[in-house]
Design a protein around this ligand. Structure first.
Ligand SMILES: [Zn+2]
Ligand SMILES: [Zn+2]
Length: 287
C-alpha cells in the first residue's frame, strides 16, 4: 500500500485524530491563559456548538459519502483538473493546491458577508456571544453544504493531489480552532505569526459587533489574502478585552447560543446594514 492509498483508506481516522488533538490542546490553553472573560456559561455554549458540529458531520456524511478526498482521487484517475491535466510534479502541485484552496475559502468567506441571503446563514457563526475554540466549528448546516459544493467544484477545476486535500482539510480544521481560541499569545509572537497565518487576535477583530471591523480579516488560514486585498485590520478599536463580540439585534443567549435558535437564526429578522454592500452615503460629490 503506498502513501496515497494509506491516506485515502484512513482519511476519517486521520482527520478525527488531528481534530481531537488540536481541540484538546486549545481547550487546555484557554483554561491556562484565557484572553477574555466569557459572558455565557461554557457548558451551555459548548453543548450547543458541539451539538451543531455533530449534526453537520452526520449530514455531510449522509449527503456526500464520496468526500473531498474521494473526488480528488477520482479526478486524478481521470485526468480532470488543471494540475492533473498538466501532470504537475507533486512538490509543485501540493503546495500550489493548498494555497489555491485557501484562497477559494477566503473568497467564499467574503461572499457570505457580501450576499444578504448568505449572510443570513453565516450570521450563525458570528452570533456566538463569546469567542472560543468551539466557535471555530459553529456553522449552519446549509452553509456547510454550500462550502462542500464549492470545495467539490474547486477540486474538479484544480485537480489537487489527494494528499494535498487531506493536508488542507486537516490544516484548515486545526488553524480554525487555533484562531478562534480564547488564548493569550505573546505580542511579539503574534506579530511574527501574522505574516503567514491568521492568529486569534487577528480573527477576533472579524467577530466584532462593529460593521467595519467585522468586514475585515476574512482569512482562516493564511493571512496574505487580507493584506493583498486591503481588508486587513490590525486591532479592534475597543481592544481585545473591551470589544463586543457578536451581531447587532441578536444578543439573547437563549436565541443565539441554543441549538434550535442557531438552526432557526437564518430565517429570522431583516438584513439591514450588516451586509458588506450597505454603506452609508456620505453625500459628498467628487471634485
Ligand atoms: Zn465571517
Ligand atoms: Zn470566525
Amino acid at each position: 500500500m503506498d502513501f496515497q492509498q494509506f491516506v485515502l483508506a484512513n482519511e476519517p481516522a486521520i482527520r478525527l485524530g488531528f481534530f481531537l488533538g488540536t481541540f484538546a490542546a486549545i481547550a487546555l490553553w484557554e483554561v491556562l491563559a484565557p484572553r477574555r472573560a466569557l459572558l455565557v456559561s461554557k457548558a451551555y455554549r459548548w453543548a450547543s456548538n458541539i451539538g451543531l458540529v455533530v449534526l453537520n458531520t452526520v449530514i455531510i456524511r449522509l449527503l456526500f459519502p464520496l468526500a473531498a478526498v474521494g473526488l480528488a482521487a477520482f479526478c486524478a484517475e481521470n485526468g480532470w483538473g488543471l494540475l492533473n491535466h498538466f501532470q504537475a510534479p507533486f512538490w509543485i502541485a501540493a503546495p500550489l493546491a493548498v494555497i489555491a484552496m485557501d484562497f477559494v475559502i477566503w473568497l467564499q468567506h467574503v461572499m457570505v458577508h457580501a450576499v444578504p441571503a448568505l449572510w443570513r446563514l453565516h450570521r450563525v457563526h458570528h452570533a456566538d456571544l463569546d469567542y472560543d475554540v468551539t466557535t471555530g466549528a459553529r456553522f449552519h448546516p446549509i452553509e456547510i453544504i454550500l462550502s462542500m459544493l464549492i470545495k467539490f467544484a474547486t477540486i474538479v477545476v484544480l485537480g489537487p493531489p489527494v494528499v494535498a486535500v487531506v493536508i488542507f482539510e486537516v490544516l484548515l480544521n486545526a488553524t480554525s480552532m487555533f484562531n478562534h481560541g480564547n488564548i493569550r499569545l505573546p505580542a511579539a509572537l503574534d506579530r511574527v505569526l501574522r505574516w503567514i497565518v491568521v492568529t486569534p487576535d487577528m480573527h477576533r477583530v472579524h467577530h466584532s459587533i462593529e460593521d467595519d471591523e467585522a468586514n475585515s480579516n476574512f482569512g482562516f488560514n493564511l493571512s496574505w489574502w487580507d493584506r493583498l486585498f486591503g481588508t486587513y485590520r490590525d486591532q479592534p478599536r475597543g481592544g481585545h478585552a473591551g470589544m463586543t463580540i457578536g451581531i447587532r439585534d441578536f444578543t439573547d443567549p437563549r436565541e443565539v447560543d441554543r441549538l434550535d435558535g442557531m438552526l432557526w437564526l437564518p430565517f429570522r429578522g431583516e438584513i439591514k446594514d450588516y451586509a458588506i454592500n450597505r454603506r452609508n452615503y456620505s453625500g459628498e460629490q467628487p471634485k
